[in-house]
Design a protein around this ligand. Structure first.
Ligand code: HAM
Length: 441
């Protein structure tokens, strides 16, 4: 039986194949850094269910993710989906217990996510994603705080300014551009709804409210894919929406920060992090719910897909709660796939060694019972201990101890005494049974 395409096996190191294998040790290393950095920024960990109502994602995330869902009807006849992202779950959870938490809420999670994507470099059908989100604050200071966390997360892996860049943009800037340009293009229906109400795809608009959303969403999608699409194709798509590629490119090249973006840049400047960020209006984000500031992290050489992406989604909590709770929010997601590819390519992954402290040698089988007692005593004292499960020749036992790179071997010599050998210094001592742990530190 083969594993499914786009899914991974994680082996403990040493890996069966250096290139193709995914390392559990490396994965754990990444998770530890994610958790450690989130903790330093005052974020608390949460989790939700991996299986959710299909509806949570079909109306909230946008068409692109909806087309990639692993969904089915469960035995109770419910339409369900494996989570392709964490944000709608977070919005649902925050809305349900919003009163129990002081604002701003600063939460993070490390969920495994599932998307039926075309398999390619940096894109699989499952991945783990570090999510950090801040709920209940509209001030750009919150955006800056989150971007600082993103930068410091990448720095915690030893990546520096020359290794990655945060591309900062704003959907507000794009919405303003869209509205100002379309006013003059032929066939534009009259007034458009207010910006803040407009950015999350609604299932049908109220009667009498003209909605230009579908077209605006198409426009955003075209901008999102600009760098990955041949210019002629983008030109055609934009023309159909009443825009010219040249004009769109001029807007991107201007790169003039909005007031909001400038305040984020100043905030990051005060922290000494300004040089990690550049305003880049190529970024608009594919997901439907973003409302304002958006950003993505890329490797500086542009060899890999996005390492992370996020932004503001000020209407999602309201939408998910059916209008009951209205809270501004923002966050980002950083996947493990691109990050691990990048860390490997830049030689930033440490060597992972097994951590067995002691190997208990059992050369005399009549002492197996006492040896097992020693094994358990040492484990209870907190040491990582291994030993031969069945009778094995002494030289093979010693070889195994060396392979495990243990610091010490211990051999019961009689009921009362244990011979301890330090494999580094080759020093040997004999200690009383109860005293062994004190000689292993
Ligand atoms: P996203 O841009 O869809 O955003 O994903 C964030 C990151 O997850 C990407 O930059 C990439 O590193 C990784 N990623 C996404 N899809 C895959 C895949 N198929 N295989 C491997 N890695 C992948 C979101 O998911 C938003 N919910 C993030 C967010 C949190 N926004 C606000 N809060």
């Amino acid at each position: 039986m083969e594993r499914l395409p786009g899914f991974r096996d994680f082996y403990p190191e040493p890996l069966p194949s250096r290139d193709a294998g995914w390392s559990f040790d490396a994965r754990q290393y990444v998770f530890d850094k994610w958790r450690e950095t989130a903790r330093r920024y005052g974020f608390r960990e949460y989790d939700g269910p991996p299986l959710e109502s299909l509806e949570l994602f079909t109306t909230k995330s946008g068409d692109e993710i909806a087309g990639q869902l692993y969904n089915f009807t469960d035995k109770g006849g419910r339409a369900v989906a494996l989570r392709p992202e964490m944000t709608p779950t977070l919005a649902r959870m925050a809305a349900a217990h919003e009163r129990n938490y002081k604002k701003p809420i600063k939460w993070f999670a490390v969920p495994q996510l599932f998307r039926y994507e075309r398999q390619q470099k940096g894109r699989l059908r499952e991945h783990f994603q570090f999510n950090a989100d801040l709920i209940g604050e509209t001030d750009p200071a919150a955006d800056a705080e989150l971007i600082a966390l993103l930068i410091d997360t990448l720095r915690s892996f030893g990546l520096a300014e020359q290794d990655f860049v945060i591309r900062l943009s704003s959907r507000n800037a794009w919405t303003d551009y869209y509205r100002s340009q379309r006013r003059f293009s032929p066939g534009t229906p009259g007034a458009v709804p207010a910006r803040a109400e407009h950015n999350v795809k609604q299932a049908g608009s109220a009667p009498g409210v003209p909605s230009d959303w579908a077209k605006e969403y198409d426009f955003f999608q075209t901008i999102d894919k600009l760098e990955r699409t041949p210019p002629a194709e983008s030109e055609k798509k934009l023309a159909a929406l009443g825009f010219s590629l040249a004009d769109v490119n001029r807007f991107i090249e201007s790169g003039k920060p909005t007031t909001e973006l400038q305040s984020i840049l100043d905030n990051l400047g005060a922290r000494g992090l300004r040089d990690f960020v550049k305003v880049d209006y190529h970024v608009i984000r594919g997901l439907a719910y973003y409302t304002g500031v958006v950003f993505e992290a890329f490797d500086a050489k542009g060899e890999f897909r996005a390492i992370a992406g996020g932004g503001r989604y000020d209407n999602l909590v309201k939408l998910v709660s059916g209008g009951k709770v209205d809270l501004p929010a923002l966050g980002f997601g950083m996947g493990d796939v691109v990050l691990l590819e990048l860390l490997k390519a830049r030689g930033r992954l440490p060597k992972f060694d097994a951590v067995t402290d002691v190997f208990v040698l059992i050369e005399d089988e009549t002492l197996r019972a006492q040896s097992l007692k020693l094994v358990q005593d040492l484990r209870a004292a907190g040491f990582a201990v291994d030993y031969p499960l069945t009778p094995v020749k002494p030289d093979k036992q010693f070889k195994r101890a060396q392979e495990l790179k243990v610091g010490h071997t211990a051999r019961v010599e009689s009921d009362a005494y244990v011979r301890i050998r330090n494999l580094k210094t080759r020093e040997e001592i004999v200690a009383g049974f109860a005293d062994v742990a004190n000689h292993l530190g």
